[in-house]
Ligand binder design. Structure first.
Ligand SMILES: Nc1ncnc2c1ncn2[C@@H]1O[C@H](COP(=O)(O)OP(=O)(O)OP(=O)(O)O)[C@@H](O)[C@H]1O
Length: 369
């Protein structure tokens, strides 16, 4: 593919003041469709996470926004300015974006001020103005006292703040984060998510944040776009995604609970070959799968006609006992319990019907009762 910078496109202003807007964006690479018909809008001051399994197209979409790839169809506007259309694209340096990469990508031989000032040096900004801007950016991320240090003399969290200072030093309208935490161990990642979330909020950044980790996306973003096979499967606020996943595959990817086959019977809806779940009006006729989130279940003494489960395994996790339970009909679910249940014990499960989510057989979109 030809990635050489194209001549600038028109600077037509569109009606909406979105920081980023994509419409009908599609891309093929090596003859294979990679992204299909992406529509997306991001308002100033908001953070949107692109979340999806490996290979779903998140990084490719980010590269289109950055100007490193050129779309085959569709458009990208940044702050109302057309920056890419079929076969044409403004080069990255003309887009006014900030970027934070995996592993921070700091230059070890430069001190902190040199790293942060580098994008301004590339723009040939005179040294006195550059020094002023670098000082301001370092001050904003709380590293004013560290300007002379080398990256190797900083903690992981401080290095990340240097990377963010570098991304914001030119005061971009949009900052792109490309899986900045994916190579860190779990504990450090959890600390860093909090750091980034705090900084993004304090600095009032508008950001597009790529990750395959749903807890990272939920902690950082106002909205999450779930990507599946080159398309956006659902865009919603984190709370709404968890409460109302649009499909079985999204519920599975987000690990929202047990997905179990159901069938209609005499009194309403039953687990296939098993217990009663809900009255007939709980779900439409063509439903064949239910999402049973753990928040929908409470453990009680087993009674006749109730959903019951047998404890097969427990693991102590510090905050409780993570129990694997075999439901009637042979399906497994996992629940966090405050007390350790005896292996083989039979528990009654009370269901809060309002927390169940129902899905039709095909297509796999969620149905409303
Ligand atoms: N230059 C290329 N030529 C052909 N196919 C490519 C090229 N770059 C990426 N792909 C394919 O495009 C698809 C999307 O890749 P992309 O890196 O955007 O996914 P991702 O969601 O970011 O995955 P990950 O989380 O693993 O980084 C993958 O199937 C990948 O193999």
């Amino acid at each position: 593919m030809d990635l050489t910078p194209q001549p600038p496109l028109s600077t037509a202003v569109v009606d909406t003041p979105a920081a980023l807007e994509m419409a009908g964006l599609s891309l093929r690479l090596g003859g294979t469709p990679i992204l299909r018909d992406i529509d997306l809008k991001l308002a100033p001051g908001r953070v949107l996470a692109l979340l999806g399994p490996s290979g779903s197209g998140k990084t490719t979409l980010l590269r289109l926004v950055a100007g490193l790839l050129v779309p085959d169809a569709g458009t990208i506007h940044l702050a109302g300015k057309l920056v890419a259309a079929a076969g044409h694209a403004l080069p990255p340096e003309a887009r006014g974006l900030g970027m934070v990469f995996q592993d921070y990508a700091l230059w070890p031989h430069m001190n902190v001020a040199g790293n942060v000032g580098f994008p301004l040096e590339m723009r040939r900004m005179p040294a006195p103005e550059r020094a002023k801007r670098v000082a301001r950016a370092l001050d904003r991320v709380g590293l004013a006292a560290f300007a002379e240090r080398r990256p190797s003399e900083l903690s992981g969290g401080q290095q990340q703040r240097v990377a963010i200072a570098r991304a914001i030093v030119a005061e971009p309208a949009l900052v792109l984060f490309d899986e900045p935490l994916s190579n860190l161990d779990r504990e450090l990642r959890e600390t860093m998510v909090g750091e980034i979330a705090g900084l993004v909020e304090e600095l009032g950044l508008t950001a597009l944040y790529v990750t395959h980790d749903h807890s990272e996306a939920f902690s950082l973003a106002h909205e999450v776009a779930v990507m599946e096979a080159g398309q956006i499967a659902q865009i919603a606020a984190p709370e709404d995604l968890v409460a109302d996943p649009a499909s079985v595959s999204i519920a599975r990817f987000l690990r929202l609970g047990a997905l179990l086959p159901v069938q209609r019977g005499a009194q309403g809806w039953y687990l296939r070959g098993g217990a009663f779940l809900a009255p007939p009006e709980a779900a439409p006729e063509k439903t064949d799968t239910v999402l049973l989130p753990s928040r929908a279940l409470s453990v009680t003494e087993p009674r006749a006609g109730m959903l019951t489960a047998t404890v097969t395994r427990t693991l102590f996790r510090g905050d409780g006992h993570w129990a694997t339970l075999a439901l009637d009909g042979g399906h497994d679910i996992q629940l966090l319990l405050p007390h350790r249940p005896a292996p083989g014990a039979v528990l009654g499960l009370q269901i809060s019907h309002g927390s169940l989510r129902w899905f039709p057989s095909s297509p796999s979109k969620r149905t409303s009762p």
